[in-house]
Design a protein around this ligand. Sequence first.
Ligand SMILES: [Zn+2]
Length: 309
Amino acid sequence: MTDHAAAGLPANLVVFERGWLSSNNILFIGVDETALVDTGYATHADQTLALVESSLGTRPLDRIVNTHLHSDHCGGNAALQLRYPALRTDIPPGEAALVERWDERGLSFLATGQICPRFQFTGLLRPGTERVLGDRPWQVHSAPGHDPHSIILFDPASLTLISADALWENGFGVAFPELAGEPSFGDMAATLDRIEMLAPLQVIPGHGRVFNEVGSALATARRRLESLQRDPVKHARHAIKVLMKFKLLEAQSIAPEDWKTWLQGASYFDTIRLRFFGDMELEQLAEDVLGELIGAGAAKMDSSGIRNI
Ligand SMILES: [Zn+2]
């Protein structure tokens, strides 16, 4: 958890800093309502419930707010909805129709080979509106780039930004639309400009610790964005690596046949291969990138299979 006084955060807000498999969760304990921004990955749902329960005691959780619908941000929605039957759930409008009919192909879960139990939503977070969280009005801003439908939340009183995966202390999330041929580096740059205009004093990112050095984070993000724009193939390789590492974080250890089945089932890999590595077989590409992960000390391979480190 975060030291609020040091970070300058509102007092009735608790940040559960998670890892990379689960996004951070931000719990608001208002006088009238309690709310949780983002709910982590499905396999960590018990831990998410325990964190929420230990902070709320006998009070129920009243509302979920999802910044975007990647599996590591909304994977705990279903478990929380089961635990708190009166729970309201707000999502960004862009994928509401897909959630309504639970189109796992349209949502990113199937293509990335990730899991997310089905959940319901009750409201939409329209950019340009406000949401009362912890008794204060938070502005809802659109933040396309990493995800075309993502929103970020800003409290103009405390100058606190909940940045989701649009800005981390040391980078940002993969520009997923680019991998499928939908330009999004420009959106990403515009989102960084928007964040700069909001001039937050502290940022609660989707992953990693709360930070105050927003200027240097923006400079790092812009440098990184420029280098990816210059070399989209590097970005594509990085994206494969991120998806592989995510799977290893989830499974911890995976047999070679299961790894192969997973690679073939997650259609994103073939989308990326066709677009950026057309003359390579998927198996070869996957082996190369896994080799890079192993070389970097992020994975290990032995006779029983591939392991997370
Ligand atoms: Zn994301």
